[in-house]
Design a protein around this ligand. Structure first.
Ligand SMILES: Cc1cc2nc3c(=O)[nH]c(=O)nc-3n(C[C@H](O)[C@H](O)[C@H](O)COP(=O)(O)OP(=O)(O)OC[C@H]3O[C@@H](n4cnc5c(N)ncnc54)[C@H](O)[C@@H]3O)c2cc1C
Ligand code: FES
Length: 372
């Protein structure tokens, strides 16, 4: 009896504390939005190259986007991807706790910040790479949405406004979802699997993430014929200008930029030798095997290796079995003269980099896009 009433009073106290905390947090957000007025602030970019007049109070990332300067922002401003770094030369507040884990000592010294975490409260002077000025916002029409596996769809989008895009194979766009079921619009990064020669279309491969905002929209709400909005192109993931032999490693939707690069290589007559290791769980996760096998037959420079880690031993699957890391280690005992290009989950990429380094590949010859 006594224990019961003690538990009830503890429950009431905890509820009271949580409720008070929630009300205080809401009041702070309201105060920031309604009471504090930062007026118009000037953002000076690259020592006067551009000067923007923006309404204070927003994030640096969104204030720039409203003025058609698109900084990469794969996580849509949540402070988890660290893609949105810019140099804030003057006027930035102190680095916040969300930013701390993503900034190295050299970056802090150079006033690098996550632009999604910097509030525009006063005039700012910033520096951004010039190539970001050529990133544009596009309107397109979804021509085709087709399943590649049970959890990956391919989207083919026709560009409407502007009608063409110039990009380098391996780069990505940021697709904007629409509002649905109480979710705001979000932007997420998707690599282009189409070749740059097709300037009027882009193709993407999107893997369903359970409870993911953008992928649920793509799978359950986005319909063929519908208008889509994206910005781009972004990225640093592309083939280097050397003739070193290539190791590609990617599974699932990580294939998107690799497929784009392979199509581009074929079209341009690039004959750099390349082996593509496609890691997956079972046969139902494999796709494009026919296309990759055909490419292997058509050109002498390409080899395709699939590896399944969970495929039942008695199945009719003819490819390699085991973890992708073990298969790569078996095929590539000495990687010292290669370059490696990896795409997919951070865990897969980190595990593969360890194997490649053990086989003699130096870090400056490893390139990757982690799908965070
Ligand atoms: C350069 C780059 C290229 C990429 N290319 C591709 C590609 O070609 N194909 C592809 O499929 N993907 C790609 N991605 C990944 C893609 O951008 C998205 O991250 C992915 O599709 C998930 O988006 P979402 O909105 O569906 O999920 P989100 O809503 O972002 O959720 C992702 C996960 O985080 C959890 N989560 C949701 N909200 C929060 C929160 N507030 N705090 C913590 N966790 C939360 C969710 O439960 C879920 O497990 C790429 C990423 C990068 C960085
Ligand atoms: S947009 Fe992802 S960390 Fe800023």
């Amino acid at each position: 009896m006594i224990l019961g009433s003690m538990l009830v009073s503890i429950g009431i106290s905890v509820g009271f504390l949580l409720g008070t905390g929630l009300i205080l947090a809401l009041l702070l957000i309201l105060a920031e939005k309604k009471i504090l007025n930062y007026g118009t602030c000037c953002i000076d970019i690259n020592e006067g190259e551009k000067k923007l007049q923006v309404t204070g109070g927003g994030s640096l990332l969104s204030s720039l986007a409203e003025n058609n300067i698109f900084i990469p922002s794969a996580c849509g401003g949540r402070g988890t991807c660290a893609y949105c770094k810019v140099q804030v030369v003057e006027g930035g507040s102190i680095t916040g706790p969300v930013e701390e884990p993503y900034l190295g000592p050299e970056e802090r010294k150079n006033q690098i910040r996550l632009s999604c975490q910097v509030k525009v409260r006063n005039d700012l002077k910033i520096r951004v790479p010039k190539e970001l000025f050529s990133v544009k916002k596009y309107k397109g029409k979804l021509l085709n949405k087709r399943p590649l596996t049970y959890d990956i769809v391919e989207l083919r989008i026709e560009l409407l406004e502007p009608k063409t895009i110039d990009f380098v194979a391996g780069h990505y766009v940021q697709l904007e979802s629409e509002e649905y079921d109480g979710h705001d619009r979000v932007m997420r990064a998707y690599s282009m699997s189409s070749p740059p020669s097709d300037k009027n279309h882009i193709e993407l491969m999107v893997r369903k993430v359970p409870s993911g905002i953008c992928t649920t929209w793509v799978f359950e709400h986005l319909k063929e014929g519908q208008e889509v909005v994206f910005s781009g192109p972004y990225g640093k993931f592309h083939l280097s200008n050397t003739d070193a032999e290539i190791i590609f490693i990617a599974g699932g939707s990580g294939m998107a930029p690799i497929w784009g690069i392979l199509r581009d290589m074929k079209e341009k007559g690039n004959t750099r030798k390349a082996t593509y290791f496609f890691g997956a769980l079972t046969q139902r996760d494999l796709f494009f095997v026919d296309k990759l096998t055909k490419l292997q037959e058509e050109v002498p420079w390409f080899r395709f290796v699939s590896a399944l880690s969970n495929e039942p031993a008695e199945s009719d699957y003819k490819g390699e079995r085991g973890l992708i890391t073990d298969v790569v280690a078996r095929y590539m005992p000495d990687c010292s003269k290669y370059e490696a290009y990896l795409c997919g989950s951070p865990g897969m990429i980190d595990a593969c980099i360890k194997v490649l380094k053990k086989a003699g590949l130096t870090e400056d010859r490893v390139f990757y896009d982690k799908f965070v």
